[in-house]
Design a binder for this molecule. Structure first.
Ligand code: 5GP
Length: 130
């Protein structure tokens, strides 16, 4: 069971941003920006590009709604999207509100927010999710 499956099952806490029957979105624990969100399918597939065409299309449609919610909650120029997957072997998409290209830099020092700030960030995205 991957760490993300444990999060989806509620065995490990997370700051939930959005959910439907197939996908789950929650804040990255080491955010590159405020509002940095991960979108994952509820069933385990390691490599993003091993998802079926149908599942990838459905995941993108869900991700589009999460990105709209992030942008509404945290006004930004655009929401950026990245696929890495080198650390956690459970396919996922990173979304982050962008003011400039450097906001998507995964090598820079991560941001630190209090649990209250993380909870507020997730609540704002969840409230804007349609
Ligand atoms: P990647 O696999 O895309 O290279 O990186 C995995 C991402 O998942 C990292 O940005 C990391 O901070 C995040 N991450 C790893 N473990 C956890 C966790 O237990 N909870 C949350 N919310 N994020 C995690």
């Amino acid at each position: 069971m991957t760490i993300f499956s444990k999060i989806i099952a509620g065995e490990i806490p997370s700051y939930k941003c959005a959910e439907d029957d197939r996908f789950y979105a929650f804040l990255d624990i080491n955010p590159i920006t405020k509002g940095h969100t991960l979108v994952v399918p509820k069933h385990e597939v390691d490599y993003f590009f091993d998802l079926s065409d149908e599942e990838m299309a459905a995941m993108m449609a869900f991700t589009k709604r999460v990105a709209a919610a992030i942008r509404e909650a945290f006004p930004c120029r655009k929401v950026g999207m990245t696929v890495l997957g080198l650390e956690v072997n459970h396919a996922h998409i990173h979304l982050a509100p962008l003011q400039n290209e450097g906001d998507m830099d995964f090598w820079k020092e991560k941001k630190h927010f209090t649990p209250e700030e993380m909870a507020d960030t997730a609540a704002r995205i969840l409230k804007a999710f349609r």
